[in-house]
Write a protein that binds this ligand. Structure first.
Ligand code: CP3
Length: 352
């Protein structure tokens, strides 16, 4: 039994004594101990060495007091497993020297045996579960097929991803074949994460918001739906599609347990769009953690009251920034932990 199961209860819609909190990218450069390991080992060594991945995963649990661990890894390992080279260049982000652009490129990629190619992730999960010793749940994750396609085709990060969009709009058949291969790989990958011990999963669609609602359905959501459906009898799934809040009702209909939100939507609006049957997660602007601590407390309190108690997980609206002072991250987490809702809302809380 997991001692602190606030997150899992909230995802199931059960009442809890307080709102759970974690932070996207909570294991990262803002933590001095992470930076020490970063100086010693390159990124993919950290990801591929289970003992290092476990140590990094536990850092925010031990040092910040979050209510869930998220495995230290990266969404791009799936592209490596499919046969593509991925480098992480300092201050530049991910680079794929040979991106996929034409049908002939399909010969270079495959739907892999996940045990064979991503065994180190499953080993890291088993080791992390052992070290966590049931203190908090462990979240597994994968990139959404659309977001992975963005890197697969563009070969690097971009603000607009026009390259992958023109790829989709000029070679839709090829795009859909790739998206299906990514989906099949991701289903096998996440099922094996669950077998290895993760308690919940999150799908990261960081670039879903670059698509119109119809194209979001066409090139992203229909594939995420397949993944959520494939996992529906396994563990609760959180769907985070940054910028795609116009499609909240459609996201809820995938059957996911939780929907992650960025900071560009008011909590009240999001709840209206989502209805009562799903857990919402988010949505503080990560840059807000650069504010002085009293301001952080004010903003977090406003966010908590906006969402209200029950079916809500406090988080940032995207990954934590590398320059955030550790005590600011702690102030975020502690404000959530110490928050007391108004009495009227408390009643709603316990009746959920
Ligand atoms: O949340 C966590 O703490 C778990 C670990 C995690 C990482 N990446 C570690 C990481 C998770 C869940 C991710 C997801 C990820 N990776 C996404 C989706 C979420 C998002 O932020 O939009 C994306 C798009 C990637 C691809 C990626 N990996 C980029 C664009 C970068 C470079 C940008 C950056 O922040 O440096 C990475 C590298 C990366 N992944 C780092 C970490 C801690 C930084 C590496 C370092 O400098 O040490």
């Amino acid at each position: 039994m997991i001692k602190n199961d606030l997150l899992l209860k909230t995802l199931r819609g059960e009442p809890t004594e307080r709102t759970p909190v974690w932070m996207m990218r909570q294991a990262g450069r803002y933590l001095p101990d992470y930076r020490t390991l970063r100086d010693k080992y390159d990124f993919f060594t950290r990801v591929q060495t289970p003992a290092l991945a476990t140590e990094i995963t536990l850092q925010p649990v031990d040092q910040i007091g979050v209510d869930a661990a998220i495995l230290f890894s990266d969404i791009l390992v799936v592209l490596q497993a499919m046969g593509l080279e991925v480098q992480l260049i300092e201050n530049k982000g991910p680079v794929l020297p040979d991106p996929v652009r034409i049908a002939a490129d399909l010969t270079r990629i495959r739907v892999p045996d996940v045990e064979e190619t991503l065994g180190y992730v499953f080993e890291a999960i088993r080791l992390t579960k052992k070290e966590l010793n049931n203190r908090v749940p462990l979240i597994g994750f994968a990139g959404a097929p659309w977001t992975l396609l963005c890197y697969m085709v563009e070969g690097k990060g971009s603000k607009t991803f026009d390259g992958v969009k023109s790829f989709c709009y000029t070679q839709p058949e090829l795009a859909h074949r790739l998206l299906q291969m990514l989906t099949d790989t991701t289903i096998a990958y996440l099922k094996q994460q669950v077998k290895s011990g993760v308690d919940a999963i999150q799908l990261f669609d960081s670039w879903g918001g670059l698509l119109s609602p119809d194209d979001f359905e066409m090139f992203s959501l229909q594939y995420m739906r397949q993944i959520i459906q494939a996992l529906k009898n396994e563990v609760p799934a959180i769907l985070f599609a940054k910028g795609a809040w116009g499609s909240i009702p459609e996201m809820v209909q995938t059957g996911c347990a939780g929907v992650g939100l960025d900071w560009c939507i008011r909590p009240e609006t999001a709840r209206k769009m989502a209805g009562q049957g799903v857990t919402l997660q988010g949505n503080l602007d990560p840059a807000r953690l650069m504010s002085p601590v009293p301001e952080i407390k004010k903003e977090v309190t406003k966010m908590l009251n906006g969402f209200g108690p029950g079916r809500y997980i406090a988080n940032l609206g995207h990954g934590i920034l590398p320059h955030v002072p550790v005590d600011h991250a702690k102030a975020f987490v502690d404000t959530v932990k110490n928050h007391v809702y108004q009495s009227r809302e408390k009643q709603v809380f316990s009746s959920l």
